[in-house]
Ligand binder design. Structure first.
Ligand SMILES: *[C@@H]1O[C@H](CO)[C@@H](O)[C@H](O)[C@H]1NC(C)=O
Ligand SMILES: *[C@@H]1O[C@H](CO)[C@@H](O)[C@H](O)[C@H]1NC(C)=O
Length: 217
């Protein structure tokens, strides 16, 4: 009887010992863990979805950005092609402040100086002093001088050694084209006015006219 009591007490004493330990500690831990896991899962799921969405958004953006440049290039190239054929002959233009005449562009100086300065200034503009080619151009330039109210040095000067007037490109003046008024002496340079071409001192103070070929501008 005593032994059964002892066993009983042992059983009863053991069971209460286990009971409070196991139900209180284990279930509480088991309850907390899934809670955290669930939250973490939910959060990571949401994060994954966000990542996925942002990836889609990024890929769309990249596509748009990649597609744009070719479109821009196409429009530019078509514009270039549009301007070129329509421009045609009109793209052959004189620079600003230059006057077209036939296949030339003429520049009229706003300042004056000796012939050598005109020579240098024209050369700085990648041009030369004016060379008159024919009677038509001569008449045009007389009228031009009249309109401007000035006379101008041209690319023609007297070469005393040879006793001839020479254009600056080395060609000898054709006396049938231009008769120089005035003296033929050293340091003589040609000036065009509204009525004539005359001999002036190269050191005299005159405006000048530069010429150059028409170019694509
Ligand atoms: C556009 O211009 C380029 C060079 O300027 C030329 O090679 C091409 O043939 C032109 N295209 C068209 C459609 O005119
Ligand atoms: C000088 O220019 C005139 C007119 O442009 C031209 O007829 C002539 O052949 C040129 N002379 C030389 C030597 O280049």
């Amino acid at each position: 009887m005593d032994s059964s009591r002892v066993y009983g007490s042992l059983k009863t004493s053991r069971t209460p010992e286990y009971k409070p330990v196991s139900p209180s500690s284990l279930p509480s831990d088991a309850c907390r863990c899934p809670h955290w896991h669930q939250l973490a899962l939910k959060l990571s799921c949401a994060g994954l979805i966000l990542l996925f969405l942002s990836l889609i958004g990024l890929s769309v953006l990249v596509r748009v950005l990649v597609q744009r440049p070719p479109i821009a290039k196409y429009s530019v190239s078509t514009q270039e092609n549009r301007t070129e054929p329509t421009g045609g002959s009109s793209t052959l233009r004189c620079p600003r402040d230059w006057h077209p005449y036939r296949e030339k562009c003429l520049f009229v100086s706003q300042t004056s100086g000796p012939w050598s300065e005109g020579l240098a200034q024209c050369s700085m503009k990648e041009a030369t002093l004016l060379i008159i080619e024919n009677e038509e151009e001569l008449r045009f330039l007389h009228a031009f001088s009249k309109r401007r109210g000035h006379q101008f040095f041209i690319g023609l000067n007297y070469v005393p050694v040879e006793k001839i007037w020479k254009w600056i490109n080395g060609s000898i003046l054709n006396p049938d084209l231009v008769q120089i008024m005035g003296t033929n002496e050293e340091n003589s340079c040609a000036v065009i006015s509204q009525t004539e071409v005359f001999s002036d001192f190269c050191s005299a103070d005159n405006r000048w006219i530069c010429q150059k070929k028409l170019k694509y501008v």
